[in-house]
Design a binder for this molecule. Sequence first.
Ligand SMILES: CC(C)(COP(=O)(O)OP(=O)(O)OC[C@H]1O[C@@H](n2cnc3c(N)ncnc32)[C@H](O)[C@@H]1OP(=O)(O)O)[C@@H](O)C(=O)NCCC(=O)NCCS
Length: 155
Amino acid sequence: MATEAKTPSQTEVTMSELVLPNDTNLLDNLVGGRLMYWMDIAGALVASRHSNKVVATVSIDNITFKHPVRKGEMVVIKAKMLYAGTTSMSIGIKVYAENMATGSTILTNKARMVFVALDDNAQPCKVPLLIPETEEERLAFDKERARKEKQKAKK
Ligand SMILES: CC(C)(COP(=O)(O)OP(=O)(O)OC[C@H]1O[C@@H](n2cnc3c(N)ncnc32)[C@H](O)[C@@H]1OP(=O)(O)O)[C@@H](O)C(=O)NCCC(=O)NCCS
């Protein structure tokens, strides 16, 4: 049922993409815009799984590009619920690049995205509660809740 509380592990998504020539710039590195598109899709899948609704992206924060991803590498995007508000869902995204020749994997990017669940009239609607289970999930939940409260107080 759409209103049932869920845990982060119930809805997490791992999405893999191969970096092809058409995804790269003149240095043979993955272009940022293509990566952000994939991150947005992975985040939206998690938010849709959590809410069982169509979702819209409302913000993308703290996106970092720590290492380039090279042509021919595999991009692994891990997206997971951090916090559920009334109609919004905060999702943490981590991106890894896996070198197929060496098998080595490095964390290349991180971001936090917020999605809103929409009803049949494209209006924000209530989302299920999130139940963090692990210590890491509880810390992320508390951090996001504090961030949201601070954001609301500013308005
Ligand atoms: C999504 C949309 C319908 C929400 O409408 P709205 O008038 O902002 O709705 P609200 O003010 O009630 O906010 C809804 C929720 O989003 C949160 N929110 C809104 N803007 C936010 C922002 N910039 N950052 C974080 N959260 C935000 C609010 O805090 C609220 O959360 P809560 O219900 O959990 O407390 C509207 O903003 C919209 O259509 N945006 C465009 C979406 C889009 O085109 N995305 C790209 C393609 S998917």
